[in-house]
Design a protein around this ligand. Structure first.
Ligand code: HEM
Length: 442
């Protein structure tokens, strides 16, 4: 470590390398242990990144994501494959390219725009829920993931997409996710790709998906009727500087990234929410009372439903860790570090820190309500959708969708736990391995 800089205390290179086995095997317990040892921020070594800073300190996270965000860029994803398959889009670009793209896309997600989409979302949710499998032991994770995927597909393209087309798209994302999980956890496998042909197969599959989207766009261009979907909003959007719309290639990349960023996150969160609600009698009963007095349309505006969702995302933030890279040398609270340093923001740790949250591991939606029982707008140390200018562009959409689903499921079904606690599986997102619940029609 160079003496010119003053990194936070932490692990030597050897300690970090020895720890990396534990990190890969069980990242959450490893990182939480280190957080305790080093009081919330430490430095360590990673072979592909050099000396890094890992933190659950809310001030430092806020500094990196918000206060001094211009000095931080997104890290090159461990797996370049995502960007390679899905194209360079909002999620991956930095600097002026990102700003230009964000300005173009964000209006589609403003309240006025997404409000029009809510009819589509509710229709999709109700249609799906009507066919929800019943039983004593139903794994709701794949169901919530599939439902979130359908909601996004229908919100993006409000057309009668054939079941085969939907299946093909769904399978491509499941395949990509599985490939990436292996790629992140076992990077050494990369040398085998030319032999196993895995990467080639993936590229072929994604080429077919791009062709499919090209076809949808061509059909839409030829169609003169008005459509209320994200595709229409994105096709009509114009760059401020040139007055032009997106190229077809860019449009396809953005559509893919919305599907990618929006369905796994929401599907996992919904599964955790159903589990947490079903296993907390008081919350379940209060939710039932709330649902009795609120119709589905109003669910996204209901404080208690929002408090449940917020509390679920506090305990199980889908984006459980994030990375930014310093563009220039920087300092924070007596630490100094060089350009190129990765800061890993351990959101899961911050959300569960006793320093920030009383009785942190308890599921208590009331903590998000003020004394009048209304959502408290001044909650701190809570970043489930990120913070600063790169905060999730789909956050309002996701919150509304989750409120609709929670309302629809709990209105029509009794859900109960089977005693099995789902295991959190921290890959790119914090997904549950499975969530087994009992589901009975009311
Ligand atoms: C529970 C659901 C969701 C969670 C927890 C979530 C979380 C996040 C977080 C933490 C970020 C910021 C990442 C960073 O700072 O590097 C992000 C970015 C993003 N999210 Fe979400 N998200 C959710 C749903 C959605 C949905 C439904 C969509 C789209 C329909 C979406 C689209 C995006 C996009 C495009 C970005 C990149 C924004 C940018 O870099 O400007 N997300 N999300």
């Amino acid at each position: 470590m160079s003496s010119k800089y003053n990194f936070p205390d932490g692990n030597t290179t050897l300690q970090s390398l020895l720890g990396s086995f534990k990190l890969v095997k069980d990242p959450i317990s490893y990182l939480s242990g280190e957080m305790e040892k080093f009081s919330g921020t430490y430095s360590g070594f990673m072979p592909d990144k050099g000396r890094v800073i890992v933190t659950q300190n809310s001030d430092l996270i806020n500094y990196v994501l918000r206060e001094n965000h211009t000095n931080y860029k997104k890290a090159k994803l461990d797996t370049d494959l995502v960007a390679k398959q899905l194209g360079t889009s909002l999620l991956f670009v930095n600097g002026d390219d990102w700003r230009r793209q964000r300005r173009l896309i964000q209006p589609a997600f403003h309240h006025a725009g997404i409000n029009q989409l809510y009819e589509t979302v509710m229709k999709t949710v109700n249609g799906y829920i009507d066919n929800l499998p019943l039983g004593e032991q139903v794994d709701v994770y794949p169901l919530m993931r599939e439902l979130s995927f359908s909601v996004l597909i229908n919100s993006l393209f409000n057309i009668d997409m054939s079941a085969t087309m939907k299946d093909e798209l769904g399978r491509a994302f499941v395949g990509l996710q599985a490939f990436m999980s292996k790629d992140v956890l076992q990077p050494f496998r990369r040398i085998l790709y030319p032999l196993t042909g895995e990467e080639k197969k993936l590229v072929k599959q994604w080429d077919a998906i791009r062709d499919m989207l090209r076809e949808i766009i061509a059909l839409r261009r030829a169609d003169e009727t008005e459509h209320n979907d994200l595709l229409a909003m994105l096709m009509n959007a114009r760059y401020e500087d040139t007055g032009q719309g997106m190229s077809e290639h860019q449009l396809i990349s953005e559509l893919l990234i919305l599907l990618f960023a929006g369905h796994e996150t929401t599907g996992s969160t919904l599964s955790w929410l159903l589990y947490l609600t079903a296993s907390n009698h008081q919350v379940y009963e209060k939710l039932m009372g709330t649902i009795g007095e609120t119709d589905m349309h109003n669910a996204p505006r209901n404080s208690y439903i929002n408090a449940i969702i917020n509390e679920g995302m506090r305990l199980y933030p889908s984006v459980w860790i994030n990375e930014r890279v310093a563009i220039n040398d920087d300092e924070f609270s007596g630490f100094t570090f060089p350009a190129g340093t990765s800061i890993l923001t351990y959101i899961y740790g911050m959300h569960r820190s006793e320093g920030y949250w009383e009785n942190a591991s308890a599921f208590d939606p009331e903590r998000f309500l003020n004394s009048e029982g209304v959502i408290d707008k001044n909650i701190k140390n809570y970043f489930p959708f990120g913070a600063g200018p790169r905060m999730c562009v789909g956050n309002n959409f996701a919150m509304a969708e989750m409120a609709f689903v929670l309302h629809a499921v709990c209105k029509k079904f009794h859900i109960n736990t089977t005693g099995a606690t789902p295991k959190a599986w921290p890959l790119l997102t914090l997904r549950p391995s499975e969530v087994i619940l009992g589901i009975k029609k009311k």
